[in-house]
Design a protein around this ligand. Structure first.
Ligand code: GUN
Length: 302
């Protein structure tokens, strides 16, 4: 068997087009143009590339963006003051602080300070709790949201399927498991300390891997016909000195066993930014709805 390749680039184009159409409809209904504020501390080259892509794609979808590039030694107080100013700024629909943050900054304090209704990363505890409880209107982290779209491009209905998420981060693994449970999958979470990873993988109809360990999941771990989503992306240098990006799944082995699989690159990556745009539009739509019915959602009111 050779797996179907799930084309994240093409699906991301469709999501971006949906967002652009949604933005045009919102603005023509009289709402302000949605605006995303992106904050980046330090000079990590990969983070700068991500932020530039986020800004460029936001503007290509008809939205506005602002970029705050701060020194790596910016104090936590200064960062929190900036976030509070953006929270109060009525022209800003969404706020994203790029991770990883320098070690002197408390990440939990940062995500808790971002207003839940502008939290386009879905990391604020109110959004985390709402997603966990299956409450409508939560902003959901972008990568898991993109992964759900990729899975649904293969499966019409995933209720009852066994899903294993390998990786338990707050950015991907944990929210991913909550979304799969919401769709009535039978969900397990594993991680790099799981002792019987191979057996657990072999039982999964849907396998989502997000560990950052290149090639962790070998072909013989995978249940024949399973859907495999590889969130990992690591730059490695091969023996000849050439650089390449690899995932957490040994692709050449897995493609012979799986029913469908995402490539790296070109699978999950393009969907993450497309879903950030979708979240920015969602935040702007909720803001427009609140301005029509100001008392509708006291939980997210500032
Ligand atoms: N760094 C890597 N992934 C992410 C993400 O999804 N959001 C933010 N804010 N930073 C990241």
């Amino acid at each position: 068997m050779t797996a179907r390749i799930i084309d994240g680039k093409t699906l991301a184009v469709a999501v971006r087009e949906e967002v652009a159409a949604g933005v045009a409809a919102l603005v023509s209904a009289g709402a302000a143009v949605p605006e995303l504020a992106v904050v980046l501390l330090g000079d990590d080259p990969a983070s700068h590339v991500y932020v530039s892509n986020k800004v460029r794609q936001t503007e290509a979808a008809g939205m506005r963006s602002r970029r705050y590039l701060l020194d790596a030694d910016t104090t936590e107080r200064r960062l929190l003051e900036l976030i509070e100013a953006l929270n109060r700024d009525a022209t800003v629909s969404g706020i994203l602080v790029q991770f990883p943050l320098p070690p002197h900054i408390d990440t939990a304090r940062v995500v808790t300070t971002i207003r839940p209704d502008k939290d386009v990363d879905g990391f604020n505890p109110l959004n985390v709790g709402r997603t966990a409880a299956g409450i409508e209107g939560a902003l959901v982290p972008c990568t898991p949201l993109g992964v759900m779209r990729l899975i649904k491009s293969v499966h019409e209905d995933i209720a009852g399927l066994g899903a294993l998420v390998v990786g338990a981060s707050n950015v991907v693994g944990r929210p991913m498991a909550r979304l799969l449970l919401q769709e009535l999958c039978t969900v397990s979470i594993a991680h790099i300390r799981t002792t019987d990873l191979e057996r657990r993988c072999s039982e999964a109809d849907i396998l989502v891997v997000a560990t950052g360990v290149p090639g962790l999941i070998r072909g013989h771990f995978i249940r024949p016909g399973a859907t495999v989503i590889d969130v990992g992306i690591t730059r490695i240098t091969s023996g000849s000195g050439a650089e390449k990006l690899v995932g957490d799944v040994a692709f050449d082995e897995a493609v012979k066993v799986a029913g469908a699989i995402t490539p790296v690159p070109g699978g999950v990556g393009p969907m993450t930014i497309a879903c950030l745009l979708a979240n920015t539009l969602s935040a702007a739509r909720m803001k427009a709805a609140r301005s029509k019915a100001p008392d509708a959602d006291p939980a997210t009111a500032a």
